[in-house]
Design a protein around this ligand. Structure first.
Ligand SMILES: [Zn+2]
Length: 126
């Protein structure tokens, strides 16, 4: 069975563990993979930044209650957050950097600012 280059599909000569026909093809292929990974990171970073600016918009000075659809209309992406904070009452706030929200009943959200007392539990997702 002839092995084919992962990049260009040409048959490969030589060692049986070779995946590419040439150094050039290996570089092109690896750069493409790297770019795809970078793209995913950039897209998520962009979504997180956008989420943060939307939360900031609705939280000029602390707590605000708002309908979820307002955030959705502005392009808030509920898939992404940076960390969570769980209260003693078992409410989990989701944060995008220093702004967060708690999902309430009736499709409403409580938007909050990060508080210093939350720091010790920042990475406690249990
Ligand atoms: Zn090739």
């Amino acid at each position: 069975m002839t092995r084919k280059c992962l990049n260009c599909g040409e048959p490969i000569q030589g060692r049986t563990d070779k995946k590419f026909c040439s150094y050039q093809c290996r570089n092109i292929y690896n750069n493409k993979i790297k770019r795809e990974h970078e793209k995913i990171i950039l897209e998520i970073n962009k979504a997180l930044r956008k989420n943060r600016s939307i939360l900031k918009l609705f939280s000029p000075e602390g707590k605000t209650t708002i309908r979820k659809e307002y955030l959705e209309k502005l392009g808030f992406d509920f898939r992404y957050h940076t960390h969570t904070f769980k209260t003693k009452n078992n409410n989990t706030y989701k944060f995008c950097y220093e702004f967060g929200y708690l999902t309430l009943e009736n499709n409403k959200l409580l938007i909050v600012n990060w508080q210093p007392y939350m720091e010790k539990d920042k990475f406690d997702n249990s």
